[in-house]
Design a protein around this ligand. Structure first.
Ligand SMILES: Nc1nc2c(ncn2[C@@H]2O[C@H](COP(=O)(O)OP(=O)(O)OP(=O)(O)O)[C@@H](O)[C@H]2O)c(=O)[nH]1
Ligand SMILES: [Mg+2]
Length: 256
């Protein structure tokens, strides 16, 4: 299937207020009463309000077209693309899938994911300043490349970043965070928003455990400290260990 390279003009981004600081954690940051930084918070809220409005339009469009949308997020290199390559190979026969993948540069991930046969759109954010996350307006435009009547599942692979993507709703039904065992057990505590907003965690690269001093119980406990009910699937995108449970859970979510 062809890969569509998609670039667009910047609509808005936190760089719009970077002269104040690199700050766009609007949700749950209720410090508007403070004198210092009050203007930044007002701008951030406006940016997120605009994003949320477009996300709702996306959500309505996806519901009308009966398309289930999954947003996959993680630090760079946790294995999002590797997991999606294997996931698509499991589900493509039963679920008509398409992918939007975001990176600052390159079409490497789109090239890898297109092998599955799914239509893939690569979003490169370098055209509009190297944004570190996808946002609702980007998805709204990128889906024009698909015929939504022919798609049951849209997977969004977000940019590698454990912070910013968590703040931008895109109208998805499901958010999944990938945490690989090489990143350390404490990441859910250090980056709690991501684990708070996601519906499931994939603990990836467990094939490497024999080579690491990694406490998987501590990792699970830390995730549950932030999000007590969160399902956690321990998987390896290399060996496909744990994939049966992950795929079964995903299919249940897709079919409601
Ligand atoms: N051993 C092992 N390696 C893995 C596994 N999953 C991914 N990798 C490797 O980890 C590296 C990064 O994987 P990617 O799938 O590119 O990670 P990503 O999260 O998509 O990266 P970005 O899109 O750049 O953020 C690659 O070399 C993969 O082969 C796994 O389960 N086990
Ligand atoms: Mg990737």
């Amino acid at each position: 299937m062809p890969i569509d390279m998609y670039k667009t003009q910047r609509y808005y981004h936190h760089k719009d207020f970077r002269k104040h600081s690199h700050f766009h954690a609007g949700k749950g940051v209720a410090t508007e009463g403070k004198k210092r930084g009050a203007r930044e918070i007002k701008i951030v809220r406006k940016v997120l309000d605009v994003n949320d409005a477009i996300a709702q339009q996306n959500r309505d469009m996806f519901a009308e077209k009966d398309v289930f949308v999954v947003n996959v997020m993680s630090s760079p290199g946790s294995g999002k693309t590797a997991i999606l390559e294997k996931t698509l190979s499991h589900i493509m026969q039963d679920v008509r899938s398409a992918v939007i993948v975001g990176d600052i540069c390159t079409s490497n991930d789109a090239d890898r994911l297109a092998v599955s046969g799914a239509p893939v759109v690569q979003v490169n954010t370098d055209a509009f300043g190297g944004d570190c996350h996808l946002a609702a307006h980007v998805i709204k435009t990128a889906v024009d490349n698909f015929n939504l009547d022919e798609i049951d599942l849209l997977i969004i692979e977000n940019l590698g970043n454990l912070v910013c993507p968590a703040e931008f709703d895109m109208g998805e039904n499901l958010r999944v965070v990938v945490l690989s065992v090489t990143e350390g057990e404490d990441k859910p505590l250090k980056y709690p928003l991501m684990f708070r907003v996601c519906h499931a965690a994939l603990l990836n690269k467990i094939d490497l455990l024999p080579h690491l001093d990694y406490d998987r119980n501590a990792a699970v406990q830390n995730i549950h400290k932030v999000n007590p009910q969160m399902p956690i699937f321990e998987i390896s995108a290399k060996t496909e260990e744990g994939f049966d449970s992950w795929i079964e859970w995903l299919m249940q979510k897709i079919h409601g």
